[in-house]
Each structure stands twice: as structure tokens, then as C-alpha cells.
Design a protein around this ligand. Structure first.
Ligand code: IMP
Ligand code: MG
Length: 183
């Protein structure tokens, strides 16, 4: 029997165990680097929710979290370049040490725009953490990614928060869609 977790149209790229091991490393690195800082993790909804939930538990600091929702992909697999704020932060970030937590950087347009927006709000520091980095389609080539889980080839991936047309975010692993026409 095929379930969504064993969907034959998906090929596993990173298992839940591989993701978890890498996030432990990132969490340890952030813990060491933000020891004397006032850290706020800003998750970009919805794709970052699983990464955010796991990463924050690997950071042994008295941090805060907040969320933003932006839309750049309108239910498709091609970037429109538009970044629209659908939900803003709940609290000001003035004086805080902010890490934006993203699921994946592709063209870089979303994070470039987000760092422009958040960069104008008086944070003490602003860095980027992404689980996946897909450098090939990058348009904003000078976007600096401070913490990254994995660098991946130019394939469309789903699972562990990442979706195709809103689906497959709940897969515990990251998979490549073998035939995107069958999503
Ligand atoms: P960028 O603005 O092109 O860097 O795109 C970033 C956003 O596009 C991510 O936060 C994802 O929501 C989405 N995205 C880019 N590549 C993929 C993918 O392979 N699978 C699912 N979503 C993706
Ligand atoms: Mg996203």
C-alpha cells in the first residue's frame, strides 16, 4: 500500500535522521555564537515551521521567537519575484539579535527583500538561517547565508515544511518530486 509517506512519486533526498543530525550542529553553533546576545528567531511561514521547531530546541539560550508570512510563490513552482507581507512580526526587533529562519533559499528574492524590510527596523544584528540552499537559480547572488543545513541541486523538493501547491509539508523527510506533472 502506498501512503503519502511512501509516495512513489518521491525520492528521498534527506532522511529525518540526517536532518535532525544537521540541525543539532547548527543549534550548537548558534548557541555558541549568541551566548551574550538577545536572540530572536523569526520564522518565515509556512515552510519554516518544522525547521524552526527543531532548531529552537537545539539552541540552549533564553531566546524569543516570532513569525512573518510572505508570499513569493503563488501556489506554483516558479518564483514570481514579488514579495508581499501577509503577516508581520508581533513584536519590535529594535536592539535585538535576529536570525531569520527559512526553509529554502532559491532565487534569494524573498530573503533579499525580507532583510531589506527587517534591516530597516533597528535590529542590533540580522542573520539568515536556512535549512536548504539551492544556489543554481540564485538571482540575488550576493545574499549572505549565515547558517545553512544542506546545499542541494536545482530540483523541486517537498517535505519537512516544504510544499508543492500547499501539500506534503508534513512529510518527516525531504524528498524530490520525480514527476512534477503528477503533483
Ligand atoms: P526564493 O525567493 O526564490 O529564494 O524562494 C524562497 C521560497 O520559495 C521558499 O521559502 C519556498 O517557499 C519556495 N521554494 C523554493 N524552492 C522550493 C522547492 O524546491 N520546494 C518547495 N518550495 C520552494
Ligand atoms: Mg517559504
Amino acid at each position: 500500500m502506498s501512503t503519502e509517506f511512501t509516495n512513489p512519486n518521491l525520492e528521498i533526498m534527506f532522511t529525518a535522521e540526517e536532518i535532525s543530525a544537521r540541525i543539532k550542529e547548527l543549534g550548537a553553533q548558534i548557541t555558541a555564537e549568541y551566548k551574550d546576545k538577545d536572540l530572536v528567531l523569526v520564522g518565515v511561514l509556512k515552510g519554516s515551521v518544522l525547521f524552526m521547531a527543531d532548531l529552537m530546541r537545539e539552541i540552549d539560550l533564553n531566546l524569543k521567537i516570532d513569525f512573518m508570512a510572505v508570499s513569493s510563490y503563488k501556489d506554483g513552482t516558479v518564483s514570481s519575484g514579488d514579495v508581499e507581507i501577509l503577516k508581520d512580526l508581533t513584536n519590535p526587533i529594535r536592539g535585538k539579535d535576529v536570525i531569520i529562519v527559512e526553509d529554502i533559499v532559491d532565487t534569494g528574492l524573498t530573503l533579499f527583500r525580507l532583510t531589506e524590510i527587517l534591516g530597516s527596523r533597528g535590529a542590533n544584528s540580522l542573520k539568515i538561517a536556512t535549512l536548504l540552499d539551492k544556489p543554481e537559480p540564485r538571482i540575488k547572488k550576493d545574499l549572505k547565508i549565515d547558517y545553512k543545513g544542506f546545499t542541494i541541486p536545482n530540483r523541486f523538493v517537498v517535505g519537512y515544511g516544504l510544499d508543492a501547491a500547499g501539500r506534503w509539508r508534513n512529510l518527516p523527510f525531504i524528498g524530490v518530486v520525480i514527476d512534477p506533472s503528477k503533483i
